[in-house]
Write a protein that binds this ligand. Structure first.
Ligand code: NAP
Length: 335
């Protein structure tokens, strides 16, 4: 798998200086700088909340690795995920909100987080930590990761020029990325476990009409074969019950996503798959902790829903802080 790592540079805010300059107490900490987190920051900044964003990998999150986004309003010609992410980021930078690169390991009910062994407190927290790609879970996947197996077409697609490759999955990600990969590959086979794609109809039409895309229906990948690199896939056809082995030079895996919620799941309620449960105001089960974007349990995972939820989460956090930390509230606590 292509892991996106960020090298810390002198121009990036250092944790020590953030804690020292800001007294280690923030109004709001936002975990994740994807569309949801950045929109929450935009609204929080405009409400003049002292805000810190923490991102563990890439500003823009999954959206930033998408080649072309065609269903975010305002861009009738489409926009690259990276360009859209830069626009989201620019708005936040203008408000001088620090973005710190780091991995939050724990959050607590008292609205503090642990990062790099240090505790940072806030009056409210918004979890917008998104998802990561799910593994297929078959033999050969771990061993050949980065050697013919990839989870990021925009990162690794150019390495597969004129190659015969496959994409596992049948959702929007699999079909969108298969279409993108036709720019480089000689042939792209979509291997799907059913005979009907889950992806949006407009994408399905495009894929089925693409001369470089071939469908392998009703098929499960049982094993990824190869000594040093991916050489073949062992398939089992659910309909015919026949096993086959097909030569393949690369495999991109897009079989769904898992939420980045492990640091929070002992604290806030999640569904059985780890997606965080929220109400319409983006409140989690813990007062003062909110969640938005792909990490929450919902029915539509889109940039447009993530940004809307980010705005709602920030507004709910603002209200919570105002109510909880108003002079009246303090009097009630101390009375
Ligand atoms: P998804 O919609 O959950 O689709 C996962 C696909 O992988 C399904 O077709 C599923 O098959 C298949 N699959 C799951 N587990 C499998 C396994 N173990 N072996 C083989 N196949 C397996 O995931 P996604 O495509 O990553 O999308 C995630 C969310 O982001 C979705 O809500 C999607 O709409 C959204 N998204 C939107 C866009 C867009 O609007 N342009 C782009 C990307 C993602 P079954 O169909 O049989 O279950």
């Amino acid at each position: 798998m292509t892991t996106i790592t960020i090298e810390k540079t002198d121009t990036m805010p250092q944790l020590e200086s953030i804690i020292q300059n800001d007294g280690s107490f923030f109004d709001l900490i936002i975990i994740g700088a994807g569309p949801a987190g950045l929109t929450a920051a935009l609204y929080a900044g405009r409400a003049r909340l002292k805000t810190l964003i923490i991102e563990k990998a890439l500003i823009g999150g999954m959206a930033a690795t998408t080649d072309r986004i065609e269903n975010y309003p305002g861009f009738p010609e489409g926009i690259s995920g990276m360009d859209l992410s830069h626009k989201f980021e620019e708005a936040v930078r203008k408000l001088e909100i620090p973005i710190y690169y780091g991995d939050v390991t724990t959050i607590s009910r008292d609205r503090s987080i642990i990062i790099e062994g240090k505790k940072i407190k806030a009056k409210a927290i918004i979890i917008a930590s998104g998802t990561e790609t799910k593994k297929l879970g078959v033999e050969g996947e771990d061993r050949l990761r980065g050697r013919g197996i990839s989870y990021c077409a925009t990162c690794d697609g150019p390495f597969y020029r004129d190659k015969n490759i496959a994409v596992a999955g049948g959702g929007n990600s699999a079909v969108e990325e298969a279409i993108y990969l036709t720019r480089f590959a000689k042939k792209v086979s979509i291997i799907h476990r059913r005979e009907k794609l889950r992806a949006d109809k407009i994408l399905v039409e495009r894929a089925l009409n693409d001369p470089k895309i071939f469908m392998i229906w009703d098929s499960i990948i049982e094993k990824i074969e190869g000594e040093k690199r991916v050489e073949a896939l062992s398939l089992y056809n659910n309909a015919t019950k026949i096993k086959t082995k097909i030569p393949m030079e690369g495999l991109f895996i897009y079989v769904g996503r898992t939420p980045n919620s492990s640091f929070a799941k002992e604290v806030v309620n999640t569904n059985k798959n780890g997606f965080i449960k929220t109400d319409q105001e983006m409140k989690t089960s813990v007062p003062g902790i909110f969640a938005c974007g792909d990490v929450i349990s919902k029915s539509l995972w889109q940039i447009v829903t993530a940004t809307g939820e980010g705005a709602v989460a920030a507004e709910s956090a603002r209200k919570f802080i105002e109510e909880e930390y108003s002079d009246n509230a303090k009097k009630t606590i101390t009375a």
